[in-house]
Design a protein around this ligand. Structure first.
Ligand SMILES: Cc1ncc(COP(=O)(O)O)c(C=O)c1O
Length: 362
């Protein structure tokens, strides 16, 4: 079996996988109602929120689209804070639905500077919402969302957060940091397969929802809320993934959020120190390096495409490559969800052997 060390989908423990093999049930019946209510309540604990929270069947990108179409109108000005591929994608979604994008881009590998966000908001008081990625999976950088939130809330703007690869793994207190919509995806730290986006919706986001005019149907939070009151979703949900999530959330709560966050801190640290000790440069500014994914740069003759092939074929370890402009320039080690120190040790020792085979000289 391959050792999947990409930043999602992540390997799943046997318990949620077993839950997925259960027979289908009526998604409009009592049994499903009980499960969705429990799953929603447990997710709220891990989102650290009292806001509404919905399960949407789709991938994380669907959740981002939902955040946009439920709160904005065509012509609204939106500040896109982007530090990589996924920040750009969030902006593209908003632009596709007619938002006017004010771009605030930071060099890839760096985190967003909250003061630059303040400046941008001060310079343009017509901006309605700020789009931000908490953890930029393409570069292995975690933004300081607490500080970014302070800047955004000084100007009382809507804060829409892509927390797809951070929520449930890296600390993100949704209520304390006043995230109006926070989005994650089941295939990341949640230890279940792809198929669900999970989104929290604040009172301020609901106010925006009442006047937002972007077209929405499948993603309409209003429909999600009405159906959840009956223990249902508006459309047929990915029932098997909900079964799995029900089990994985219980495992997560048993471990405890603080312990999960600490484990990810240790794993992130281990991956970074391991790479550095082999003479590999880290791509991300170390102060903001992610605890769910480590991006490593090529150096000293290293052929990254070859390295990924050797790791896969010889060691059965699948690492992530670089995306778009970063293809061939970085590789990424995913360490989120069902992962422990031993898993990272395995990756690092294989890497040490594979590096010289891929042209790397110390
Ligand atoms: C930060 C971030 N945003 C968005 C996405 C897109 O999510 P999905 O592939 O589930 O649509 C990902 C997935 O890798 C991600 O890591």
């Amino acid at each position: 079996m391959e050792n999947l060390r990409i930043p999602g989908p992540t390997p799943c423990p046997p318990e949620p996988l077993e839950a997925m093999s259960k027979q289908m049930i009526n998604h409009r019946g009592e049994e499903f109602g009980k499960i969705i209510n429990e799953v929603t309540a447990n997710l709220k604990k891990l989102f650290q929120t009292k806001n509404d929270l919905f399960l949407l069947t789709g991938s994380g990108t669907g959740g981002l689209e939902a955040a946009v179409v439920n709160t904005l109108s065509p012509g609204d000005r939106v500040l896109s804070v982007s530090i990589g591929v996924f920040g750009d994608r969030f902006a593209t979604i908003a632009q596709t639905y007619g938002a006017e994008i004010v771009h605030l881009r930071f060099d890839w590998g760096k985190a967003a500077d909250p003061d630059k966000i303040r400046e941008a908001l001060r310079a343009d008081n017509g901006i309605k919402a700020v789009l931000v990625t908490h953890n930029e999976t393409s570069t292995g950088v975690t933004n300081d969302l607490g500080e970014i939130s302070k800047a955004v809330k000084e100007f009382d703007k809507l804060l829409l957060v892509d927390a797809i690869s951070s929520m449930g793994s890296i600390n993100l207190p949704v209520d304390e940091w006043k995230c109006d919509v926070a989005v994650t995806g089941s295939q990341k730290g949640w230890m279940v397969p792809p198929g669900l986006a999970m989104v929290s919706v604040s009172d301020k986001a609901w106010q925006a929802h009442s006047t937002a005019r972007m077209p929405r149907f499948y993603w309409d939070f209003g429909k999600a809320r009405d159906y959840l009151e009956k223990g249902q979703t508006p459309w047929t949900p990915a029932i098997s993934v909900v079964f799995a999530l029900d089990v994985s959330l219980k495992m997560m709560l048993k471990e405890g959020l603080d312990a999960i966050v600490d484990r990810h801190i240790r794993l992130g640290d281990m991956a970074r120190q391991g790479a550095k000790s082999m003479g590999l440069p880290l791509f991300a500014d170390e102060k903001y390096a992610s605890n769910t994914v480590t991006a490593v740069s090529g150096a000293n003759g290293l052929d990254i495409i070859k390295l990924l092939k050797i790791m896969r074929e010889k060691y059965q370890i699948v690492l992530g490559g670089g995306q778009l402009d970063l293809k061939g320039k970085i590789f990424r080690i995913g360490h989120l969800g069902w992962v422990n120190e031993k898993d990272i040790e395995t990756v690092l020792s294989a890497l040490e052997e594979a590096l010289p085979q891929a042209g790397f000289r110390r």
